[in-house]
Each structure stands twice: as C-alpha cells, then as structure tokens.
Ligand binder design. Structure first.
Ligand code: NAD
Length: 441
C-alpha cells in the first residue's frame, strides 16, 4: 500500500498545506542505489574528552571525504573518553556548533565506551550518551538519523561505521549498538576484513526463510547483490513466488514449512556443502486480544515465529551445517520490545527471539564461530502491514522520528551489515529498524 501522504507532502502545495496545519513533514529518505552509493556531503569528525581510538584511518576508508564549507553529510562524535559530567559539557561544545550543518538525510554517529562497572561516574556519563542520542534523534528532523556505537576498537567497528555512515541505514535511528573486540573466527573467513567491500558475501551461501515476498524477498535480493548464493525458503503454497524470486537472483527455492519436524534435516540435505548465513525471517500474525484468543492462534504464532527458529538453529549448529565465520540473523519486532494490544502471542514470540539471541550469541561465537543477532522491524510497508485497518496503519506509519514507514530494503540492508564477514565483533545485538518508533520498551 503506497504512502500517499508521503507523496503529497513531497509536492509544493502538499508541503505548504501540511506545514500550515502543523502536520508531520516526512523527508524523502535517501537510500542506497548504484547511482547513489554514498551520503551527500563530507564527514566531520569531532571529539569530546580524551580519546584512545585510532579512528581517523577507519573513517578515511568509509569513502566519505572531509566536510568542506558549512555543510556535512555526517558528523561523528568520538565521546569514548567522556568519564564525568564535565566531559558531557564537551559533548555539547562539540556538537552544538555543527549539528545545524548536517544535510537532509545525513547522519550523526556518537561513539561511546562500554559502561565501567567499577566507576559509577563514567557509567553515568556514558549512559547519558544514550538519552542524548535518542533525544537528538527525535528532534533533528529532515530525514537525519542519530545512533550510538559503543566500542573499544575502531577497526572492529569498521563495517558498522560504514553502514551507519551510508544511505543503507536510512531507517535506523535512535539505536545503541555494541561492538566487541576484534574477532578471529577462522575459515572460511580467514581474516575479518573482506577483500571486496562491494561484494562482501561472494562465495557465501545464505538461506532466508519466508523469502517468497515482503521483507524476506528484499533480504534475498540484498544478500545476492552483495555476492551471496541465496536459497529462498517458503511454504509449498508460495512455490511460484519463491521460484520467481530464486530465478531472478540466480539462487534456488526450497519449499517447506519451517514448522515441520524434519525442516532442519531437509535444509541440511539441500545444502550438503553447508551454509554461511541463516536468516530467520518467516513470521505470521494471528491477532486477537487475549480474552478472545483461542489456543490455536497462540500456538501457531509461537510455532512459526519462535519454536521453529529455536529448533532449526539448534539442529543446524549441531550438524555443523552452519560453517565457522557465518551468521544467524533472526527477526524480532518492536511489538516484542514494547508490547502491542491484540498481539500477546506475537509479542511473546518476538520477545522470545530477543532472549534467544542474547543467550546464544556468546556461546555460538565461542563454540561455532558464528554470530547471532536480530533485527527488530517497526512499521515496514509490506502485505502484512497493508492489512492493518486504515487509522491504526496511519498511526504506525507516522509515529516515529522519520514520520513514515520503512521499506523492506531497510531491514534487508541492516541484515546485510549483520551478516557481513567484517561484522564478527557485532554479536548479541537487537537492532531496531523502526525510524525510531515512538513505541518504546
Ligand atoms: P509477509 O507476510 O509479507 O511474509 C512472510 C513470509 O513468510 C511469507 O512469504 C510466508 O509464506 C512465509 N511463511 C509464513 N509461515 C511460514 C512457514 N511456516 N514456513 C515457511 N515460510 C513461512 O511478512 P513480512 O512483513 O515480510 O514480515 C517478515 C518478518 O518480519 C516476519 O517475521 C514479521 O513478523 C517481521 N516483522 C514485520 C514487520 C512489518 O512491518 N512488516 C514489523 C515487525 C516485524
């Protein structure tokens, strides 16, 4: 369902009228395309407090030149050395003069340090950066985004910085992302830096569940763009669509119900050479308030969205089908983080994904060399959200800092970053792709 309001506000009369009425002004977000691979305008690098990060060479490799004049495509604030309230004054001093210069659809990326459990002044100052980031995200407007990355090593965060400082992260705002120390996860990815940043997934095989349409289809497309061989998994009833997607991307279709007891065995059988990227995207809703919800609705949602994810993950890790250096990306939802009326089953299933990711991530990396993360989409324009009644749909679309719904490609780009061979230090993260939805946890 097209967002007609967004098209209307992009016209002269539409802009005039909606401004006069004080209605939301969604910006036309700049997304990645071969013609427009980078942000418009250069990069401004500012610092608050003393920094031990070797950031400049990593920023230089992002391909955005230094900002000249009074306009910048992005501002990176290194606040890793902020340890107290005085240090926070430097955050203000560094960003206050430059924030106005950030171009429409530009980026502010704040870099912070992990919270120090032995120093409550440092922890207070570093936690303050979260409230700062989320507040600036809500007020900055014009399609600009603000995110916080906690890190200890700049090179381990290169894939994350490249993602956030590019049009690929158009609908990711208000997020706090933790990047751990550099990871050596062994073959087939001998080093953490892939040779080719344009086709980082070359030689890798990705299985995407629920990829016949919607977000899954976009994920398959984006991973194929990045060089992966894709396996498009969907239910047999979606066979024609799954085959169409697979044919278009030079991949293969695998038709099975992910809730079947033998689903993992059939996946392993179809991939005798193994798998690098397991993208759990298939999901369903069966909405009803709890008082009206029959057990079948509860069970079917928990089965597709959570139980099958747990089962196939366990089986494919155990069988060694998922190769070292690989990634699992599961799909949560902001409904699982914030809760949503009529979705006790769905909210429970998606919160379950968060628990799975947080618990499994450190063990999967240590024992199997595989990272485990989740995307948590907000309102994304798909058939799933087109079915929502008009007024609720309109509220979902507008109630975020970017005043519009996201596109499937926004979730796909986030998945591609998490699945990137250089993202080995990004593990156990739940990244919302929600335009900083006002629905918060
Ligand atoms: P969609 O309904 O358009 O597509 C889901 C796909 O999954 C379909 O092709 C369907 O056939 C497949 N599928 C369903 N059950 C399956 C099963 N048992 N086995 C194999 N395949 C199965 O949905 P979408 O909007 O693209 O959502 C994709 C994922 O994103 C879901 O997990 C959903 O919960 C999540 N999500 C979506 C939104 C949104 O706004 N669209 C928001 C938050 C989370």
């Amino acid at each position: 369902m097209a967002d007609r309001y967004l098209s209307f506000t992009a016209t002269g009369p539409g802009r005039f009228l909606t401004r006069r009425l004080g209605l939301p002004q969604p910006a036309d977000l700049v997304r990645w395309s071969p013609e427009r691979p980078a942000l418009d305008g250069g990069l401004r690098h500012v610092t608050a407090g003393p920094s031990g990060l070797d950031l400049a060479p990593v920023l230089a490799r992002t391909g955005i030149g230094p900002a000249g004049g009074d306009r910048a495509g992005a501002v990176v604030l290194d606040a890793t050395g902020v340890r107290d309230v005085e240090g926070l004054a430097e955050v203000h001093a560094a960003l206050h003069p430059v924030v106005r210069s950030v171009a429409a659809s530009g980026r502010v990326v704040v870099l912070g340090a992990p919270l120090d459990p032995a120093d409550h002044h440092q922890a207070a100052a570093q936690q303050a950066l979260e409230g700062f980031t989320r507040s600036l995200g809500k007020e900055i407007g014009r399609g600009r985004t603000v995110n916080l990355v906690r890190l200890t090593d700049a090179s381990a965060a290169e894939s994350t910085l490249r993602f956030l400082l590019s049009p690929r992260s158009a609908y990711v705002s208000g997020q706090v992302i933790e990047v751990g120390p550099p990871q050596e996860v062994g073959p087939p990815q001998e080093t953490t830096a892939p040779v080719d940043w344009d086709r980082p997934l070359t030689g890798r095989t990705a299985l995407i569940t629920g990829a016949a349409r919607g977000i899954g289809e976009a994920v398959a497309e984006t991973l194929a763009r990045d060089g992966a061989r894709v396996v498009v998994l969907d239910v047999p009833q979606a066979g024609p669509d799954a085959r169409r997607v697979a044919d278009r991307l030079g991949g293969t279709a695998l038709l099975l119900d992910i809730t079947a007891a033998d689903a993992a065995a059939r996946i392993a059988e179809a991939l005798p050479d193994g798998l690098d990227l397991l993208i759990h995207n298939a999901g369903i809703t069966r909405d009803r308030r709890l008082v009206n919800m029959p057990a079948e609705r509860w069970i079917s949602v928990l089965e597709v969205n959570l139980a099958s994810v747990l089962r196939t993950t366990d089986a494919l890790l155990k069988a060694g089908t998922l190769r070292r250096g690989g990634s699992i990306v599961a799909t949560a939802s902001i409904a699982g983080l914030a809760g949503n009326a009529g979705q006790t089953n769905y909210g429970a299933s998606k919160a379950g994904i968060v628990g799975l990711v947080r618990s499994l991530a450190p063990r999967a990396l240590a024992e199997h060399g595989v990272t485990v993360n989740a995307v948590a989409p907000g309102f994304i324009e798909t058939k799933m959200t087109a079915a929502i009644p008009l007024f609720i749909r309109e509220a979902g679309r507008r109630m975020n800092s970017l005043a519009q719904g996201g596109l499937p490609v926004d979730v796909a780009e986030t998945t591609a970053w998490l699945a990137h061979p250089a993202s080995g230090a990004v593990n156990g993260q739940i990244v919302r792709v929600c335009g900083q939805s006002l629905l918060g946890a």
